[in-house]
Each structure stands twice: as structure tokens, then as C-alpha cells.
Design a protein around this ligand. Structure first.
Ligand SMILES: Cc1ncc(COP(=O)(O)O)c(C=O)c1O
Length: 362
């Protein structure tokens, strides 16, 4: 059993460190370690003092407690610290998906959300993004597992409050198994923390992280939230994979969660400004057709004029301007570009200027 190639990764590897203006990634532009320690309220001597033993297999109690506080009614025993959200998803899918399990999810999607279930023999039910943010759509779908990535990558769409409540009530009433991937929850359209659907007592499990939203993807910390016995089984599975998270990452992760109010508003302002700038300018970008303003997260989905290869467009854009975007073809959906909003405001402005002036893209 082997998943297919991870389509976005080859391009990310080639361009993310070279791009003058990086709109290809779904994470905030990274901070340097010195800045991260400052954000986390950790001194260098604190770090030098750190015992380099294995962290607890489930994650330290302090870190699990800080994560549990992000969810109403969740206890630290219902949290497993993982190496990125990717590992949390991998574990959860292995425990939830068997051959012929029907898995419904918003389409297009972050590939791991369907590729790993597919590898395990699932039947994938893609729910087109155009109608996926309405409760009525899901009520017509009979699946064994519903995956809601919210805010959604790659469109930046979110559920309006009334649709969200309506859908959760239906899931609860029908006793459905749901996995909420809330990786971008720290960047809601408004306010400081987006809504969560996670409720382990009703089989509404969750995966999450802050690494993309806080600009610290290299920390590789994520988590799974689930009912206690599920967490214990996932922990045992994790013992065969990454076993524990580095104590350095754990310490920094805890500091960042405890101090987030001191730096998160600045990050949110930067992302919202970038989205506003892009929204005011996208019509000037050559051969573009439509754009829905993201309501959360760090990415948006820009429609191209019909007949244009998204890959050819993205390649040429990088060659001519140094602006890096991801082609829709990497999400198995032609005719779109995924735009990231995690760049600095200065580089975003300069990148968009160069892009809009580029008359020979096609
Ligand atoms: C929706 C979604 N889930 C999970 C992941 C994986 O996250 P991590 O880098 O923490 O493994 C990503 C990464 O882009 C993502 O967009």
C-alpha cells in the first residue's frame, strides 16, 4: 500500500526558498528562531537548561492542557501531541478507515485528506466547494466518515454561523463520525479564534496545529483531539512512527500557545491586509476570471480564464516575476491558482505590481 505522489510538494520544494514573493505556501512567512523565542517568552538560557530526554509519548501534560483549552469541554486526556497535523491525520485515518468506508469531504482538498483514506481502500465522495458550505448539501450524503477542513484549504471558505449550527445538529442527531481539520483556526475572518466543531463525546474528532498560522512550520507540532480510548490507541500507533515530539519543539509550542495574545493580532492584521490588497487588485492580473474573498485561513482560490493551463501560468509567472503560486492542477482541479496570503505586506505589494504589469504570461 502506497499513496500516490503528493502533488503540491515537488513545486513547493523547488520554489519556496527561491521565490522573491512566496504566494505558493499555505503558511505565514517564517520567523527566525530568535524572534520565535521572543514570541514564546523563552530565553536562550531556558533552552540551554532543557533536559534532552524523550518527551512523554502522549505529549507533556502542560502542552496538552494548553491545547485542550482551545476546545470547550475537552480534557488533556483527550489530546495527543503529534509531529505536525499530517501525523495526526495519518493515525486517525488508519483507525477510522477500512476498505469500502465511505468518506465525504470538501473538494478540492489538501491531498492527505483523501489520499491516505484512498490508500486504505476508502470510497471518496467529493463535495464540490461551490455547495459544500450549506448544511443541506451534507444531509443528502450518506457517508461513514465526514471530513470538514475549516477554514478550507485551498478556497479560504468558511461556514456561515447558521449553516454551521444546523449541520452540527444534524451530525449529532444522526450520530455521524466527523473529523474536523482546523489547521487554520487561528486565522478566522474576524475575531481571534475561529469556531470549532470538535466534540469528542459526540464522535466529532479534530486535528489541528498553529504552525502555519504562527509562521513556525519548522517546529513540526500538531495534535489530535478525540475520545480518550481513541487517543490511547492512536498513541500506541504513534509509538511505531515518531514516538515522541522533540522536547525543544514542545517547550516552544507551549510558550507560543501561552503567549499568543501578544503576537497573534499582528499576524491576523497582516493576513487580512494582504487579502484586502489582493481583493482590490486581482482584476488587474492578466487572464484571471473570478475570486471569492477568503473568510478565514491563509489561502484563496483564483479562477483563470477558460482554457489556460494553471501549471504553464504558474511556471511563466515565476520565470517572469519571481512570484510563486500553486497551480490548481496540483489539487487535481484545472483552471485555478491557489494564492497564499502569508507574505510580508511589502513583498506582497511588489509581487502584485510585477504580476499585474506582466503582459506576456500566456
Ligand atoms: C488542511 C491541512 N491539513 C493538514 C496539513 C498538514 O499540516 P502539517 O504541516 O502540520 O503536517 C495541512 C498543510 O498544509 C493542511 O493545509
Amino acid at each position: 500500500m502506497e499513496p500516490r505522489e503528493f502533488f503540491i510538494e515537488d513545486r513547493l520544494e523547488r520554489f519556496r526558498l527561491k521565490a522573491f514573493c512566496n504566494l505558493g505556501e499555505s503558511g505565514l512567512g517564517f520567523f527566525r528562531l530568535e524572534e520565535v523565542l521572543g514570541m514564546a517568552g523563552i530565553s536562550v538560557s531556558d533552552l540551554l537548561d532543557l533536559p534532552m530526554n524523550d518527551a512523554p509519548n502522549q505529549g507533556s501534560l502542560e502542552l496538552r492542557s494548553a491545547i485542550a483549552k482551545l476546545y470547550p469541554g475537552v480534557s488533556p486526556e483527550q489530546v495527543l501531541v503529534t509531529t505536525g497535523t499530517g501525523e495526526a491525520l495519518y493515525l486517525a485515518f488508519h483507525m477510522m478507515v477500512k476498505p469500502k468506508t465511505k468518506v465525504a469531504l470538501i473538494w478540492p482538498a489538501f491531498q492527505a485528506l483523501y489520499e491516505i483514506p484512498k490508500m486504505l481502500g476508502a470510497e471518496i465522495i467529493p463535495v464540490p466547494q461551490e455547495k459544500a458550505f450549506l448544511a443541506s448539501t451534507w444531509k443528502e450524503i450518506d457517508a461513514n466518515l465526514y471530513i470538514l477542513n475549516h477554514p478550507h484549504n485551498p478556497t479560504g471558505k468558511t461556514f456561515p454561523d447558521a449553516e454551521w449550527e444546523n449541520l452540527l445538529s444534524w451530525f449529532r442527531e444522526k450520530k455521524k463520525l466527523v473529523l474536523f481539520d482546523e489547521h487554520y483556526r487561528f486565522l478566522p475572518g474576524e475575531g481571534s479564534l475561529g469556531k470549532t466543531g470538535v466534540d469528542p463525546n459526540h464522535s466529532f474528532f479534530g486535528t489541528g496545529s498553529f504552525t502555519k498560522c504562527f509562521g513556525v512550520t519548522g517546529l513540526r507540532v500538531g495534535w489530535l483531539v478525540a475520545e480518550e480510548s481513541f487517543v490511547q490507541r492512536a498513541r500506541s500507533f504513534k509509538d511505531y512512527l515518531t514516538h515522541t515530539v522533540s522536547p525543544i519543539s514542545e517547550k516552544i509550542a507551549l510558550g507560543l500557545l501561552e503567549n499568543k495574545e501578544s503576537f497573534l493580532p499582528g499576524i491576523q492584521t497582516r493576513v487580512r491586509n494582504n487579502i484586502a490588497k489582493f481583493t482590490s487588485l486581482w482584476r488587474k492580473l492578466p487572464h484571471t476570471k473570478d475570486f471569492t474573498v477568503p473568510q478565514g485561513g491563509l489561502v484563496g482560490w483564483l479562477m483563470l480564464e477558460p482554457g489556460i493551463s494553471s501549471e504553464a501560468y504558474a511556471d511563466r509567472l515565476f520565470e517572469k516575476t519571481g512570484v510563486f503560486v500553486l497551480p490548481g492542477s496540483n489539487f487535481e482541479e484545472e483552471g485555478f491558482l491557489r494564492i497564499g496570503f502569508g507574505e510580508t505586506e511589502e513583498r506582497m505589494a511588489e509581487g502584485l505590481k510585477r504580476w499585474s504589469e506582466c503582459t506576456d504570461l500566456i
